[in-house]
Write a protein that binds this ligand. Structure first.
Ligand code: PRP
Ligand code: ADE
Length: 171
């Protein structure tokens, strides 16, 4: 297994002064690292039954669709406002460097669906907890929230205490 940390670079003061941004584009661009990361994320799920993998725009999409294919599950996008064309549910949130809102299609998840939530980074947890609220409003059962990177010092996991939270890399 490759050391995935070697494919993630720190960008100081992006997108705002004081934020050290974890740039995963070197990992995405390397074919061995891409496979290794997908396999490692899949291993976190431990063969649990999953009906839908939910990915959060935009960096959550990179691995969520691939995870869905490997898990024989559907993929559901959670997007920034105004991007989804059908009827939506909306949830405001704050994140490490700003605030916004997230939307999901109201028919994207059926009551009782077993859901894996995936995103690239867990920072303050604002984004992921808003996504969990949307999934649960639609009747989804969150089996696991998994992340490529967890910035532990921002304590995002404390907003997700109800859930099985797993991360490949912690900083
Ligand atoms: O835990 P939080 O403090 O909420 O931050 C984590 C979120 O921030 C980033 O997304 P961003 O909003 O930058 O959007 P992007 O994926 O489109 O770049 C990241 O991909 C997570 O979704
Ligand atoms: N420091 C960080 N690097 C990359 N994505 C992020 N999302 C929130 N904080 C982040």
């Amino acid at each position: 297994m490759l050391n995935l940390e070697n494919y993630i670079r720190d960008i100081p003061d992006f997108p705002k002064h004081g934020v050290v941004f974890k740039d995963i584009t070197p990992l995405l661009a390397n074919k061995e690292a891409l496979v290794s990361c997908t396999t490692a994320l899949l291993n976190l799920t431990e063969n649990q039954k999953i009906d839908k993998v939910v990915g959060i725009e935009s960096r959550g999409f990179f691995f969520a669709t691939s995870l869905a294919q490997h898990l024989n599950a559907g993929f559901v996008p959670i997007r920034k406002p105004g991007k989804l064309p059908f009827e939506t549910l909306k949830q405001p949130y704050t994140l490490e460097y700003g605030m916004d809102a997230l939307e999901i299609h109201e028919d994207a998840i059926s009551k009782g669906d077993k859901v894996l939530l995936h995103d690239d980074v867990l920072a303050t947890g604002g984004t992921a907890s808003a996504a969990c609220k949307l999934i649960e409003k639609l009747g989804g059962e969150i089996v696991q929230c998994n992340f490529l990177i967890e910035l532990e010092f921002l304590k995002g996991a404390s907003k997700l205490r109800k859930y099985d939270v797993r991360s490949l890399l912690t900083y």
